[in-house]
Design a protein around this ligand. Structure first.
Ligand code: PMP
Length: 414
């Protein structure tokens, strides 16, 4: 049994099933973000907490005609089971999408998943025994930390700066884990428009990090849901494009099309692919055929690149709004990252302010954010917060930051 208190383990004495749970459930706790969701969704609260994509620009009329047409033309296929590997035509199209970031892949090496979250779960399931170490940026994506905890992997965070993961910090982390006698199974990284840090791994660091991992026998798991959302239309060479045999790549249509369809993919080294398909089969039998065919039709009939450009422009407008509001309102002593794409700004507050403890007071002042501690596996991050600018209007973002700044000022006066 874990020594953690019930609020960390989710195991309460009132639960009559307590003695039945598998040991691995000890690491399963509700994320702070989810716990906040109900309050933060009230209309009077400006929520800078969640990372919901802004879908308002989707062409709903033509999409609904397409879906109706799909069912009329091909309903008996669309509503039937499919293969765990994914619909072949969609796997071909996914290869075209990945080519935009320099990846040349065979469609057989693509496995379609129920969002990239399922890819994270499967990759952890395939590679991690309890006690194995996963290196991850500090801070890192909360959903990935949840998957690592569910398989009882231990996370060792690696420092980042404005250019992303620091190669020397990767070396040091590997040395430190080796000394402790544990084994690093993979480096989990979000190279582009990081969630939650908002930074991008410098192109000049990419080959070095790949070389460090390859030479130490450590796999790289590259999670790239935001790569096509660079505000100037810029893309970066995927890690996978340089080292196909040592990188597992996770992709998603959640940010570039529709998150509710839950269609993502894993591009695995050829040798891993078969196990991945078996893992997917035991998890879901197959990803939803209808949703895969909706994505496939969308890619073949819509100007999907034009649609991504529209999304990017929306997000750029919101990024501009949040950065100018931070500059205008935030008290001295606060700092923040300046994202060139994606959804998030990572804010550091002055020493003495605890962003987690402050959150209920911020919600009372009708603004919500995600406190930094949720993005670390080790309790770090109490002086940090993630602000998501993807969803509210620029006016609401400005008002939210104004409210946040006044809560912070009051906190600093305490
Ligand atoms: N990875 C990262 C870095 C994310 O930000 C998200 C969603 N917030 C995911 C994976 C999961 O995305 P999905 O399952 O919707 O593809």
């Amino acid at each position: 049994m874990s020594d953690l208190p019930p609020e960390r383990t989710g195991r309460h004495n009132l639960d009559p099933h307590l003695s039945r749970y598998a040991a691995r459930t000890a690491g399963m706790t509700a994320s702070e973000i989810r716990a906040l969701f109900a309050v933060a969704s009230r209309p009077e609260v400006v929520s800078l907490a969640g990372g919901m994509p802004n879908l308002a620009a989707l062409p709903l009329d033509s999409l609904s005609a397409q879906v109706a047409g799909l069912i009329a033309d091909d309903g008996l296929v669309a509503l039937q089971y499919g293969s765990a590997h994914g619909v072949p035509v969609l796997r071909d199209q996914i290869c075209e999408v990945m080519a935009l970031e320099g990846i040349s892949a065979h469609p057989d090496d693509v496995v379609v998943t129920v969002g990239s979250q399922m890819g994270l779960d499967m990759v952890t399931r395939l590679f991690c025994d309890p006690g194995d170490v996963v290196l991850a940026e500090g801070p890192s994506y909360v959903g990935a930390l949840g998957s690592f905890a569910a398989y009882q992997a231990q996370v060792v965070h690696v420092a980042m700066d404005d250019d992303g993961l620091e190669p020397n910090a990767v070396r040091e982390a590997l040395d430190q884990v080796a000394k402790s006698g544990r084994r690093v199974k993979f480096l989990y990284t979000i190279p582009n428009f990081h969630n939650p840090a908002g930074v991008t791994l410098a192109v000049s660091r990419r080959a070095e990090i790949l070389e460090i991992c390859r030479s130490r026998g450590v796999l790289v798991v590259e999670d790239n849901p935001y790569g096509l959302l660079g505000f100037d239309g810029q893309t970066y060479p995927a890690l996978r494009s340089t080292d196909p045999d040592n990188v597992v790549y996770l992709g998603s249509f959640s940010k570039t099309f529709a998150s509710g369809l839950r269609v993502g993919w894993v591009l695995a080294p050829h040798a891993v692919r078969e196990k991945l398909v078996l893992a997917a089969e035991s998890a879901t039998l197959c990803p939803p055929t209808l949703n895969q065919l909706i994505v496939s039709r969308y890619l073949s009939t819509h100007d999907w690149k034009g649609q991504i450009k529209v999304f990017r422009e929306n997000y750029r407008e919101r990024r501009d709004a949040i950065i100018s509001a931070l500059e205008q309102y935030m008290p001295t002593g606060c700092s923040w990252t300046r994202p060139d794409g994606g959804f998030y700004v990572w804010v550091t507050v002055p020493p003495g302010v605890d962003a987690k403890a402050m959150l209920p007071r911020a919600v009372t002042a009708r603004v919500a954010y995600a406190s930094g501690t949720g993005f670390y596996a080790d309790g770090f991050g109490s002086r940090q917060m993630r602000l998501s600018y993807c969803y509210p209007t620029p006016e609401r973002i400005k008002e939210g930051v104004r409210r946040l700044a006044s809560v912070l000022e009051a906190e600093m006066d305490l």
